[in-house]
Ligand binder design. Structure first.
Ligand SMILES: Cc1cc2nc3c(=O)[nH]c(=O)nc-3n(C[C@H](O)[C@H](O)[C@H](O)COP(=O)(O)OP(=O)(O)OC[C@H]3O[C@@H](n4cnc5c(N)ncnc54)[C@H](O)[C@@H]3O)c2cc1C
Length: 395
């Protein structure tokens, strides 16, 4: 990767902006409203419309579905400075992300770090090209916060593993082509050892999924069952019985992704002004004014902290346990934002609708509650921060 000088980066910005203006269809420059506004990839890719397809194909041709991954694995090979420019220019034009997947944000980073060359070539390229929809098989009925208590077993049968057990809360398992899974390969070892990281095809014989119905009517969740599933040995990532290290590394990426406080089409102050109005040039409600200002200051400080962590990562110091801090703070900050929006919007926000246009704020408000559970709960993040960052004694 290149270290871009300022004139180079200025030229890159000009070129990038012109390219985006030419290649991003107008409808792909509007805010995402619902699940199908994202393209998730997969063996049977489903595009919402021609514009979504065109935008994805255009970005794929540049390797910009995964701008920072190496070119040999389908990425754009951009330096950090170039990537920052691309992100800024996409944000300023309002361009949607062309491909969203757990492959990009979770499995990909783990494979880049722990995969063999063959695994990288095969799986990273497929992820970059949107060819495979991956889901995550970590949680089990008896293993959520206590993830290392997982019981799904993979027995060594010579040229393959025989997998038996059950996963739960597997988001989009009913759509996914493959699952990255934590399995127990040594039942007698202490619980954090004896775990391995396996890649399993959802079409393999013996894999079944069952959607979990939620009160709201729709559900992203499934239970996933493995009944004597044969998994080739080459699907093991890293070393047998040492999957916990990979699991933790992947979680640092998952947590950083979830902790990212997404930009919205309207900033919080604009939202408040539109809903409440101004008196003497100030937001009409003084309590809301203080809370909104506090939130905006906290958001700015958090973004600067994230920026610093990115620089540290680039200098060779990955966030590690600090991702728990980002996950905790980012998800709690997002919950505060939506609580404020709900109180600011008043009766207008007491609408419920699964359709994308109606009831977006209350729907997102409910969704923020899940952010501080998925990828490890806030309480668990606080435990990690206490132990691994603050060095507090174990109780
Ligand atoms: C939207 C969403 C999507 C998800 N997607 C996936 C997915 O795709 N794949 C997957 O594998 N999993 C997924 N999950 C599951 C998620 O990882 C678990 O829900 C999470 O790890 C918590 O586990 P649990 O639900 O079993 O709760 P529990 O572990 O039973 O926790 C219950 C409560 O006890 C608290 N608690 C537990 N232990 C401690 C402790 N030591 N100290 C303090 N408090 C504690 C928790 O904070 C929580 O409040 C998803 C969850 C959500 C909400």
């Amino acid at each position: 990767m290149s270290t871009a000088t300022q004139p180079n980066i200025d030229a890159f910005r000009t070129e990038t902006r012109a390219w985006l203006e030419e290649h991003c269809p107008e409808s792909m420059r509007t805010p995402v409203k619902g699940f199908d506004d994202y393209f998730w990839g997969g063996r049977q890719p489903k595009f919402k419309d021609e514009d979504q397809k065109l935008w994805f194909e255009n970005m794929k041709s540049k390797g910009w579905t995964v701008p920072r991954w190496p070119k040999e694995y389908g990425g754009g090979g951009l330096s950090k400075a170039e990537y920052k420019v691309l992100k800024e220019e996409m944000e300023s034009l309002g361009c949607r992300t062309p491909l969203f997947s757990f492959g990009i944000h979770m499995l990909g980073p783990a494979l880049l770090n722990f995969g063999t060359e063959e695994q990288k070539k095969e799986h990273l390229t497929q992820i970059a090209n949107g060819e495979i929809w991956w889901c995550q098989g970590y949680s089990e009925p008896g293993a959520g916060s206590d993830l290392a208590g997982l019981q799904t077993s993979a027995e060594d049968k010579g040229d393959h593993y025989l997998v038996n057990g059950q996963k739960v809360w597997t988001s989009y398992a009913d759509y996914a082509d493959k699952i990255f899974c934590l399995v127990r390969t040594d039942k007698n070892a202490p619980k954090h050892t004896g775990i391995s990281f396996l890649l399993i095809d959802m079409k393999a014989e013996g894999v079944t999924t069952r959607p979990i119905k939620l009160l709201s009517g729709s559900s992203p969740f499934c239970e996933t069952f493995f009944d004597n599933v044969k998994v080739p040995k080459e699907n093991l990532v890293g070393t047998e019985n040492e999957g916990w290290t990979i699991a933790k590394y992947l979680l640092t990426h998952e947590r950083s992704m979830i902790g990212n406080v997404a930009k919205m089409d309207k900033t919080l102050d604009k939202y408040a002004v539109d809903a409440i109005g101004k008196v003497n040039g100030k937001l009409a409600d003084p309590v809301n004014r203080v809370e909104t200002a506090k939130w905006l200051i906290d958001e700015a400080a958090f973004n600067l902290t994230l920026e610093r962590a990115l620089d540290e990562a680039k200098a060779g110091s990955p966030p590690g346990a600090k991702s728990s801090f980002f996950k905790y703070y980012g998800t709690e900050l997002n919950k505060r934002r939506y609580e404020l929006m709900m109180s600011t919007g008043g009766f207008d926000n007491l609408i419920w609708g699964e359709n994308a246009e109606e009831g977006k704020t209350p729907r997102e408000f409910c969704r923020t509650k899940a952010n501080s559970i998925e990828g490890g709960t806030s309480e668990v993040q606080l435990n990690i921060i206490a132990k691994h960052i603050l060095g507090l004694p174990k109780s």
